[in-house]
Design a protein around this ligand. Structure first.
Ligand code: SF4
Ligand code: SF4
Length: 181
């Protein structure tokens, strides 16, 4: 085989390889297309099921898993200001201020039953979380003795101003709906 024949052979081998790889890629795309449109469930020996594989977000929102970790919320009526969440937080994004109660305050106050009826010995003065720093590890929710701090389903809370991502839960205000439960 002379040099010209070798180059020609390589030329056609490259074309063959390009056609083969494009065909494989398009095959994957076509199978995904069939699946997304629910046109058929079976292709060869593979069952792809039926129905769309995505939704038209944000007009349509998919269900998020129940145990997903999104924006935090502190039900402060259940908070005993024990500081455990702030101590365990790996990024130190929880700020708590509290003081001992004075005699003219309700020294027998307890958290509501849904938060374990724990004694509230301290007066909570400030409870803030900088959600811009939070890494959603969930440790604060794990250690909380009253389970008053929870991850909510809220994941759409982008802000133009970073400072607005610090949430003051004693004076909670937000343009997003308040999380429930
Ligand atoms: S989820 Fe993790 S990072 Fe976020 S506030 Fe709780 S402990 Fe801190
Ligand atoms: S661990 Fe729970 S009860 Fe203790 S300060 Fe944090 S949120 Fe409040």
């Amino acid at each position: 085989m002379n040099e010209t024949q070798g180059s020609l052979k390589q030329y056609f081998a490259n074309i063959r390889e390009a056609v083969t790889s494009v065909s494989k890629g398009m095959g994957i795309t076509f199978r995904a297309f069939l699946k997304s449109n629910g046109m058929r469930k079976q292709l060869g020996s593979v069952d792809y099921g039926a129905g769309p594989v995505t939704v038209s977000y944000p007009e349509v929102k998919d269900d998020i898993p129940l145990n997903s970790r999104n924006r935090l919320f502190n039900h402060v009526e259940g908070c005993i200001a024990c500081n455990q969440c702030a101590v365990i937080c790996p990024v130190e994004c929880i700020t708590i201020d509290s003081r001992k109660k004075t005699a003219d305050e309700n020294l027998d106050e307890r958290t509501p039953a849904e938060f374990g009826s724990k004694p509230k010995k301290l007066k909570l003065l400030r409870y803030e979380i900088d959600e811009a720093l939070c890494c959603f590890c969930g440790l604060c929710t794990e250690v909380c003795p009253t389970e008053c701090i929870v991850h909510t389903p809220e994941f759409e809370y982008s802000k133009y101003d970073r400072d607005k991502l610090t949430y003051d839960y004693l004076n909670f205000k937000d343009d997003n709906p308040l999380p429930k439960g």
